[in-house]
Design a protein around this ligand. Structure first.
Ligand code: HPA
Length: 235
């Protein structure tokens, strides 16, 4: 699953042609620039892979079931490992703009859960698979790790909210991923989460702008592509 600005990575990874989500019955529509919504079915380093370029978000007005629909479908189709990427604001001082960061854990601050209505008391002690994180660090030993705070958006945070998130233990902040990660984990798939730090979080750098976020995501695409290739090759 590729986040903001990273969609171009899909074709390069798989060599496959995009199939628009709109051609699948029951898949939700996405309208956010940078999230065109297409599935690529191909191979990465000789390993069969489905790449989801584009996702839907709670802030578009979609329910959690729509947000997790693509992940639910690919796990049902047999995907055992789900790699979730996203664009995130960097809260931790050590994260530079353009840097990929492994998600070690999350704070689900969306006020909701994909498991509502199908209440299963799922253990979330290790949502982001420790072995996959170790494997990713063997591919790129410079990778840092951080806790991702998942918020609803669509407005970026206020500087006061970022100070609060830092006190709560967040290193990264973004508007996606947490529901998909919970859903995939609950279905028994292994989850790896990678954020691209597209900006310093509010109050820690310059003012925030979606076009800048997309640009920074796109600039990180090459590094993400080689990281994803390296990780998939070792699965
Ligand atoms: N906040 C929330 N979501 C984001 C950010 C941010 O600073 N950057 C990219 N997605």
């Amino acid at each position: 699953m590729l986040g903001s600005g990273l969609a171009p990575v899909a074709g390069a990874l798989t060599g496959a042609e995009p199939v628009p989500y709109s051609s699948f019955d029951g898949w939700p529509r996405t309208r956010v620039p940078g999230h065109e919504g297409a599935l690529y079915a191909g191979e990465i380093e000789g390993i069969p892979a489905l790449v989801l370029a584009g996702r839907v978000h709670l802030y578009e007005g979609h329910p959690s079931s729509a947000v997790t629909h693509a992940v639910d479908e690919v796990v049902a189709a047999g995907c055992r490992t789900v790699v979730l990427t996203n664009a995130a604001g960097g809260i931790a001082e050590s994260f530079g703009v353009g840097e990929p960061v492994l998600i070690s854990d999350h704070l689900n601050l969306t006020g909701s859960s994909p498991l509502i209505g199908a209440p299963t008391f799922v253990d979330l002690s290790a949502v982001y698979d420790p072995e996959l994180r170790t494997l990713a660090r063997t591919v790129d030993p410079s990778l840092q790790e951080g806790v991702y705070a998942g918020v609803v958006g669509p407005a970026y945070e206020t500087p006061a909210e970022i100070r609060m998130l830092r006190m709560l233990g967040a290193d990264l902040v973004g508007m996606s991923t947490v529901h998909e990660a919970i859903a995939a984990h609950a279905l028994g798939a292994r989850v790896l989460g990678i954020s691209v730090v597209t900006n310093r979080a509010a109050g820690l750098g310059t003012r925030l702008d979606h076009a800048e976020v997309q640009r920074a995501g796109a600039e990180a695409a090459g590094r993400m592509e080689s990281l994803l290739r390296g990780v998939v090759a070792q699965l």
